[in-house]
Design a protein around this ligand. Structure first.
Ligand code: PLP
Length: 453
């Protein structure tokens, strides 16, 4: 019997464990810290869910929100209407984009934005007379959200089994995760060459005339902070170009300074055709997402209006005035406080702390780029053998030991993922990683007591 503490159905949660332990209830936050209702403090090792780049309680953002709610609480963008904030934000994003973006469509979440990507790719190919070119390639371990379309793109089995997903037309490519996927003796270049050859073989076998696009995160976040080998995306792009396949960059985590540059695509050498943004677009303060499109795709939609009438896609809350106001203020703050520069300056400190933990008996690899990184737990550091997922080692580290020691991070299987707020200081990073080390030491004791270490 479990006690029902509340009617809340927790998203993305082991519901049995949560019912037994009861929720960790947060009450307030300031900077990189969040406090529970008993007043215990936790360092935000994952910026909430990879989103609160500016930390909690930024006064300028709070004031911008209050002002906007008083001035204009709601305005639709349907039927050719607009408000200043939506117009300005679209222009700002186009100006910032690291590719030839021309138009911006607003949504609420990364998931609905990636659903929009699927729909727009289909719509575009229908309009230009290629109705058979619809399939989308996505990476194993990629994470693109949980709506029916986005969950289908997501390459993690738990999001498919028992949900009647994926939808038809999704092709899966091998994850560019050298540490676990490279063959013995295969260096990064050879590994990349193998993956790219496999990708092209799949495209040829399926028929390039049936494949519309490939979607990828520049750094795979929720799949375990997988940093593709340098050169991977450039070679992938060559293959896609040969077969007239679009490349969609899912920058929901990597956008806005996370990798040390404005966009992860720049850091990872990914040249996209379209882009998905969310999370740090508003520093996580309000829900907003954006899909950035090139002129060529937009033009097909505009031309089709002559015969179809309405471009029949949009949400009540597309470009909500509160969301666009917060996003605009967030972009101002990124520039005025040189937040991307700050991320670049803190990246070596972050990397040094992660590398220091690579010697821990539980850890096989530490990796990072900019301010996103991971520790890979292995059962055997020499053979890189993993623990049985049923042992729940990663989850125990994050959800029991991490919480006990006042640091929040997430485990994807046995990969511990970190992405602290970009405003974190060196002293706060020192404190955060002291807590992480204490959590790992606890986990080692826990495993030893169970005869697993
Ligand atoms: N794409 C990526 C890369 C993500 O990391 C996420 C969420 O973590 C999503 C899409 C889905 O975003 P949301 O949870 O806002 O629907």
């Amino acid at each position: 019997m479990t006690t029902i503490a509340s009617a809340l159905l927790h998203p993305t949660t082991n519901l049995r464990s949560a019912a037994q332990s009861g929720p960790l209830v947060f009450a307030h936050g300031k900077g990189v810290r969040i406090f529970d209702r008993e007043g215990r403090d936790f360092i935000e090792g994952l910026s909430g869910l990879w989103c609160t780049a500016l930390g909690h309680g930024d006064e300028e953002l709070a004031e911008a929100a209050a002002r906007q709610l008083r001035d204009l609480s709601y305005a639709t963008l349907f039927a050719g209407k607009a408000h200043e904030g939506a117009l300005d934000l679209a222009d700002r994003l186009v100006a910032m984009a690291p590719f030839d973006a021309a138009r911006v469509f607003f949504g609420q979440s990364g998931s609905d934005a990636n659903d929009t990507q699927i729909k727009l790719v289909r719509h575009y190919n229908n309009l230009i007379g290629r109705p058979g070119k619809k399939k989308i390639i996505a990476l194993d371990r990629g994470y693109h959200g949980v709506t029916i379309g986005a969950a289908s793109l997501t390459g993690l089995a738990g999001f498919h089994r028992e949900w009647d997903l994926p939808i038809p037309g999704i092709l899966r490519a091998r994850c560019p995760y050298a540490y676990l996927e490279a063959h013995a003796g295969e260096d990064e270049d050879a590994f990349t060459a193998r993956l790219v050859a496999e990708l092209e073989a799949m495209i040829v076998a399926e028929g390039p005339e049936t494949i519309a696009a490939m979607i990828a995160e520049p750094v795979l976040g929720a799949g375990g902070v997988v940093i593709p080998p340098r050169g991977y995306f450039a070679q992938v792009r060559q293959v896609l170009d040969r077969h007239d396949i679009l490349l969609i960059a899912d920058e929901v985590i990597t956008g806005f300074g996370r990798t040390g540059e404005a966009f992860g695509s720049q850091t990872m050498g990914l040249r996209p055709d379209t882009m998905t943004l969310a999370k740090a677009l508003s520093s996580g303060y309000v829900p907003i997402s954006a899909v950035l499109l090139p002129q060529q795709i937009y033009q097909a939609f505009e031309d089709a209006s002559a015969t179809l009438g309405v471009f029949a896609h949009g949400y009540t809350y597309s470009g909500h005035p509160l969301a666009t106001a917060i996003a605009l203020k967030t972009l101002d703050i990124y520039r005025e406080r040189d937040i991307f520069g700050q991320a670049q300056r803190m990246a070596p400190v972050f990397a040094r702390h992660l590398q220091a933990l690579a010697d821990h008996p539980l850890i096989g690899e530490a990796r990072s780029v900019g301010m996103i990184g991971a520790l890979q737990i292995v059962r055997d550091r020499k053979t890189r053998a993993l623990y049985d997922p049923a042992d729940g080692v990663g989850a125990w580290c994050a959800d029991t030991a991490g919480i006990r020691h006042g640091v929040l991070f997430r485990a994807t299987f046995d990969t511990l993922c970190f992405a602290p707020p970009l405003v974190i200081s060196e002293a706060e990073l020192d404190e955060m990683f002291a807590r992480v080390r204490a959590a790992l030491d606890d986990a080692l004791e826990w495993l030893t007591a169970r005869g697993l270490a």
